[in-house]
Design a protein around this ligand. Sequence first.
Ligand code: GLC
Length: 559
Amino acid sequence: MEQRPTSSRPFAAGAEWWRQAVVYQIYPRSFADSDGDGLGDLRGILSRVPYLASLGIDAVWLSPFYPSALVDGGYDVDDYRDVNPQLGTLADFDELTAGLHANGMKVIVDIVPNHTSNRHAWFREALAAPKGSPARDRYVFRDGLGPDGAQPPSDWPSLFGGPAWTRVPDGQWYLHLFAAEQPDLNWANREVRDDFLTTLRFWSDRGVDGFRVDVAHGLAKNLAEPLEPLPATPDPGGSPLPPGTHPFWDRDEVHGIYAEWRQVFDQYDPPRIGVAEAWVHPSRRPRYASPSGLGQAFNFDLLEANWTCGELLRVITDNLADAQRHGTSTTWVLSNHDVVRHATRYGLPAGDHVSSTETAKAWLHSGGAAPGLDRRLGIRRARAATLLMLALPGSAYLYQGEELGLHEVADIPAELREDPAFRRSGGAETGRDGCRVPLPWTVGGPSFGFSAGPAHLPQPAWFGPLSVEAAERDPASTLALYRQALGWRRKLQGPESLEWMPGTNGQVLHFGRPGGWRSVTNFGPGAVPLPHGNVVLASSPLHEGLLPANTTAWIIPGS
Ligand code: GLC
């Protein structure tokens, strides 16, 4: 049934390389460890460049590797223009960039502008400086409420639990929308803005091709006194907040910041790219993705959708229409370092009005006990979803380990959990460690080939059979499927358009791409006939010429 792709046309070339690129996300602490300390590092990634090249991806996105106490996995940055000594040096970074470039892969780094860490030189300076000083103005310091100022300045909550304000010894409070170790910057301060422009140039000059912008919908805040209270959540069915009016999320002023970033991006050839992590209403996303802004924004709709034909049809149609209207390309994401892996989400029972991400959180909270996880069904659907995603126009972001078919790890003992969301919420949120468990490279050995010693998060025994070593021996492995799919995608990719084909109904999604490439997914329950043509790839074996449930096939014209 399977034909091998025969050409490797470098379609990701020129200034627009990002539009349909496949980007592979590396979470550096958990990818590969070169020095045996149990923490992944840059030289570990360097040693795996041949593996990355073998996948057939266009770019690598590195989650933060900057100096950091790793309170929030590196999203608490001490210094934006250096490398965490536990993870390597700037020379290692240059070598890694050169190695990736030499193998035809671009490099995207993560930039974290909403907050620094509490160990950043600016924050230390702010703590040592008096109230009202220029050093405090780089952050958001305020007096508290109540007669002795002992109440936080506003009711704003931290996303990781508890209040978004922490008091300092002289009685003032500082804002942190995330952990207390992540003080929010004041983006109305010119020095803050200029310093980030310097950081963008620093990495661009080193050859970085683009930036993934963390919490891109934060940054701009309404800090006018008195601070606005948090808007009440509208009743179900009530009218939503007028766009751009929340005190700290998705305010219109944020786009002035990205317009300045764009000027820096465009000083390079090819222009550097930006991709916004903006958890905003879909109608607001295009502003982040505008050509005069960051250029691209993550669309998390696919990730949040349940495995149903109707939901996916809607998500695909809406997002393609939006991207086309606004001159950008769509992004697709099924997994990343913040969510339960998609193989697991799809193996859990779905409710009609409950998103798979919510069900997965409940499952995680139960330590993986309930509701029951059907691992085989999950991986079967995950493979089908990946083929469907990779056939869509636009760019696709993959997360390390999904190519091995890894499930989420649910049973990490509380004392070993690292995510601040777990600690700050008093355990109410289990957190994101389960998708950040270090990758298994070998069937056995200490930490399955990740490190010479134990890994910083414990790996379950079932990682061995899912290791790269095991997958490479198995032609039916998920790794083999990803490699074949990326090979075919490279060969078949054409202009960014999609046509719905006859046969799309409540059970089947069938679309065509320019040049006759078609993708058909059967959501079940029964097998369905395949459209005419040559099946070049299928996410699970066909059954007597029929497309079984929870399977995607790619078809090209043929006799
Ligand atoms: C983003 C990152 C997440 C981090 C948060 C705070 O959402 O993806 O991992 O915890 O920002 O920086």
